[in-house]
Unconditional design. Structure first.
Length: 366
């Protein structure tokens, strides 16, 4: 299983000298093709990804009557604890799979309003050494181990180059509230093979996310890199598997029935299929992990009372409840506790998902 031992990687010597006015240092990275060759998908992982993508697409399209649940840590900072969680989640996914299609959050990049830890890829050793090449290696190795367990995996596309290294292992991808308005991320989403959920803006408004869904479903031509690391002109076909994620914002939640109805109306006006995921964390819980089960129960109740637009749910969950700052002495880190947003603990996660399954299972008939 994955540990934080430093992987073999290319030399970290600085790249070509830059003009004196430059404020950047360039360090070499392996190309995406090189990393994929060194860490290829096993037959088991490939089958897991293929099945996960197909199942997520069927659920979001309404062809599979189950509900998608994306659940897991706010971010992965300790691969050992992350894989401990993944093993438990794989068992729970099997138990509840007749009603809930469970995918694990495996996020390695964190957007920041100002500054802070940017995620395992950027700073895998939590010490500001910012060994991005090693972080990418560790992230891919983690995803391969998790895929071996049969779990569909979910991530966020934040850096536009990261998907070249990791996207082949994801079944569901988020475009976050801070990047939904970005043309670069809309173009990126148009080229992904996974289902993509666009979150509403941090102020709670929907317009940027709805525009993003329309944009990402269309073909685009844009500059990017190929897997050999060369600059390339990318021509995407458009992604037909995009949907809205309600995450609250502007000081209020938007998981309630009125907010959901308003979102449905806005989507129908734009000829966007009314497919919604309710993110029970972030603005919908005021970043209070104790309120995530409240949001989940409300969304499940709406479904039980006839709502058919809510096709997905999201929880931020880890082994231990809450979160913790990164200590100066890393040996003092609490195992299985988030270092970013606060999470629901494992026992609560299992309980609320079992309760959701019990309420939703009768809706499926036989």
């Amino acid at each position: 299983m994955t540990t934080l031992a430093r992987p073999d990687s290319p030399s970290r010597a600085a790249g070509p000298a830059l003009p004196p006015a430059s404020q950047a240092e360039y360090r070499p990275m392996p190309s995406p093709a090189e990393l994929l060759r060194s860490l290829p998908q096993s037959a088991r992982a490939a089958q897991s990804v293929h099945a996960g993508r197909a199942a997520v697409k069927q659920v979001i399209a309404g062809k599979d009557p189950r509900w998608l649940v994306v659940v897991g840590p706010c971010s992965i900072h300790d691969p050992r604890a992350g894989l401990d969680y993944a093993a438990r989640l794989a068992e729970l996914a099997d138990e509840l799979g007749d009603t809930l299609l469970i995918a694990m959050r495996a996020y390695f990049e964190k957007p920041r309003t100002s500054v802070g830890w940017k995620g395992l890829i950027n700073d895998p050793y939590l010490d500001d050494s910012c060994c991005v090449d090693e972080g990418m290696h560790i992230a891919r190795r983690f995803l391969l181990c998790a895929a071996e367990l049969g779990l569909p995996l979910a991530g966020e596309a934040l850096d536009p180059l990261s998907p070249l290294y990791l996207a082949d292992l994801y079944s569901w991808t988020a475009i976050g509230a801070r990047t939904t308005e970005s043309q670069t991320h809309r173009e990126l989403a148009s080229a992904l093979d996974s289902v993509v959920g666009f979150k509403n803006s941090t102020d709670g408004t929907l317009e940027a996310a709805l525009n993003a869904i329309v944009s990402a479903s269309s073909p685009h031509a844009f500059l990017g890199l190929d897997h050999a690391g060369r600059v390339a002109a990318v021509n995407s076909r458009g992604n037909p598997h995009c949907h809205l994620v309600l995450r609250g914002g502007g000081g209020r939640p938007n998981y309630d029935s009125v907010s959901v109805a308003l979102a449905e109306h806005a989507m129908k006006k734009r000829d966007i299929p009314p497919v919604i995921m309710v993110d029970c964390a972030h603005g919908n819980s005021w970043k209070n992990h104790a309120l995530q089960p409240v949001a989940l129960a409300d969304a499940v109740s709406q479904i039980a009372h006839g709502n058919r637009s809510i096709r997905g749910l999201m929880l931020e969950s880890f082994l231990e409840a809450g979160n913790q700052p990164i200590p100066a002495d890393l040996s003092q880190l609490r195992y299985g506790c988030s270092i970013t947003d606060p999470c629901v603990d494992w026992d609560t996660t299992a309980r609320v998902l079992r309760e959701a399954r019990a309420k939703l299972r009768p809706l499926l008939g036989n």
